[in-house]
Design a binder for this molecule. Structure first.
Ligand code: KG4
Ligand code: ZN
Length: 363
């Protein structure tokens, strides 16, 4: 029985809807519509929750209609609706859930409440076969974590950020340099033209045990460097700061990931394990190539979704819904919006409380 799922994502500043079908061995993305609100938040230098919620309400019906039309299927052909229920901005989450609930009620379909982080965590499997367990580096605007992924609903965290997320550091650096938001792509482009050794920025936690991250000191050092110039940086200075910042953050990410590769150990039965990168920051080509080299050295395969599936989208939400349905834990009882919803309820060293694949820790 093929599974066709409509995914709805509105947890931050993208209004997105997608249809994913699993008929044969591999899933197909029938439609993947992402409407970015970047322009609406630009005058404020960051995402304004109230503006985001209103913009989602105004756009969501149109975005869902467009996804269904592009997929070329009717609502009656869907198997389920999957909506992001958290973590994220409460106003946006309510839009996804209410829209999903209304469509599910009218067409008598189950509604699967999806954790946005699980969407990122499983996104790579939408495009290629990657066996569980794998080591996941989840790097986005709100999160920076290293996790052991056992399967849908079963995660163990090996490390997390003790202050800022990596994406946040990119966004704040871009803001200091007067570049456009989201900052990641702007910094990546500027860095490609700059000298990564022009500024000596700190690499917090480098060489220390464990797999936690810290970026606050790096962010402050960039702010100080800009302040010390005593004026707006020239284009050349801006490119040098961007390149030096990116080199520092890549060193931090690589160092922490290297420790996690060691903590992860070998794959089951000696199989070659995979290091997977996902989330918006995983769209960065310089980060991807550094991680690829690191994985290769440690005897891991490196996998990352194609760039449009790294940043927020609804195809990954539909796919996480399918993974949950297949694993038999797509519980659909009255989902609620959860602004905070950690992926793991487990910590490194605590051991799995639920067997992978069973109705497990959802976090
Ligand atoms: O996953 P995502 O779209 O949204 C969240 O769940 O947070 O991630 C957004 C973050 C933003 O901070 C953005 O600046 C960053 O991902 N990002 C990048 C790149 N593209 C997006 N960071 C570095 N390099 C990029 N090319
Ligand atoms: Zn995201």
């Amino acid at each position: 029985m093929p599974l066709s799922v409509l995914g709805i994502e509105t947890s931050c500043d993208e209004t997105a809807a997608a249809v994913v079908r699993l008929g044969g061995a591999r899933p197909e993305i029938l439609a993947n519509i992402v409407l970015s609100q970047t322009g609406e938040h630009a005058p404020f230098g960051g995402v304004v929750p109230e503006i985001a919620a209103r913009a989602h309400v105004a756009a969501i019906d149109r975005v869902v209609e467009k996804a269904m039309a592009e997929a070329g299927i009717g609502f009656e052909e869907l198997s389920a609706v999957a909506a992001t229920a958290g973590p994220g901005l409460i106003g946006g989450l309510i839009v996804a859930l209410m829209t999903g609930r209304a469509i599910a009620a009218v067409h008598d379909l189950p509604l699967v409440a999806v954790n946005h982080l699980e969407g990122h965590a499983l996104s790579v499997r939408l495009v290629e076969e990657v066996a569980f367990p794998y080591l996941l580096l989840l790097v986005s605007g709100g999160h920076c974590q290293l996790l052991r992924v056992y399967g849908p609903g079963a995660y163990r965290r090996l490390g997390t950020t003790i202050d800022d997320a990596a994406g946040e550091a990119f966004d704040k650096t871009a803001k200091l340099l007067g570049l456009t938001q989201p900052g990641g792509p702007a910094i990546e482009a500027a860095a490609a033209r700059g000298n990564p050794r022009a500024f000596q920025f700190p690499r917090p936690l480098l060489g220390r045990d464990g797999a936690d991250f810290s970026f606050a000191g790096l962010k402050t050092a960039v702010a100080n460097a800009v302040r010390d110039l005593g004026r707006a940086p020239s284009q050349g200075e801006s490119e040098d700061i961007a390149a030096s910042f990116q080199a520092a953050i890549i060193d931090c990410i690589a160092d922490r990931t290297q420790n996690a590769l060691r903590l992860f150990g070998a794959g089951p039965g000696g199989a070659r394990p995979a290091l997977v990168a996902a989330g918006g920051v995983a769209a960065n080509r310089a980060i991807r190539s550094r991680l690829e080299r690191l994985a290769e050295k440690a005897g891991f395969d490196f996998k990352a979704p194609p760039i449009p599936l790294c940043t927020d989208n609804a195809a990954m939400i539909a796919w996480a819904g399918i993974e949950r349905i297949r694993a038999g834990h797509a519980e659909t009882s009255e989902p609620i919006a959860r602004p905070r919803w950690p992926l793991d309820e487990l910590r490194a060293g605590e051991g799995l409380r639920h067997a992978p694949g069973a109705k497990g820790p959802k976090a």
